[in-house]
Design a protein around this ligand. Sequence first.
Ligand code: IPE
Ligand code: IPE
Ligand code: MG
Length: 234
Amino acid sequence: MQRSWHVAIIMDGNGRWARARGLPRVAGHRQGAKAVRRVVEAAPELGITTLTLYAFSSDNWRRPAAEVQALMELLERYLNQECERCLEHGVRVNVIGRRDRLAPRVVKAIRRAETMTAKASRLRLRLAVDYSARHAICAAARLVPRSGRLTEESFSRLLNRAIHSVPPAPDVDLLIRTSGERRISDFLLWEIAYAEFVFAERLWPDFGEADLERAMADFLQRDRRFGRVLEDAV
Ligand code: IPE
Ligand code: IPE
Ligand code: MG
């Protein structure tokens, strides 16, 4: 049986977590960063080899400037401070999305983290920052050569290149969204073609190893047919 899964998570509910405690939204994001650490460390034991986390969508620029700034600072701090820890756990860090609108110091932190962890191979951690699946697909379309045959595989490679996902990542097997919301919010539209979905009620800052385990157990019970007829059902 395959034990090399690509799990993607839409980490949602930080604001509601904070509001329920009478705290500023930023406090929810800070707590959310701790949940990232828990999930990253629990993932390899569950057979997850690629983990893609939605950290900041291109539409999140529409939030108040102070919140955007706090999120960028948290990202920069995570990249700068977690590198050693990631290395210890065999985690290769990769930030996917656009880089042209990020502050130079954030881009610098991204490059540093990617270089420092480039040889780690236990878990590939892709953090989606200034990410929009529609924008990514358009950017990949602009890379299509004028001549030659375009296949789904070659387009997938261009798509990975367009979002700095180097080397290319496989398609998503399981997509999890926390906080009870049931929508995609412009995440990985191409790569989730045959992904299974798990919608968890838990708010992201409360999400932990047991929740990831539960989502994986649910996923492993599903019949993935990929358009075929199940043999025992013929
Ligand atoms: C997810 O939590 C984190 C980001 C989108 C950056 P939210 O901030 O969206 O939390 P809610 O949805 O307002 O509770
Ligand atoms: C999606 O969450 C983006 C991230 C988790 C980073 P949002 O909270 O921004 O999504 P919507 O606005 O509820 O669709
Ligand atoms: Mg939200």
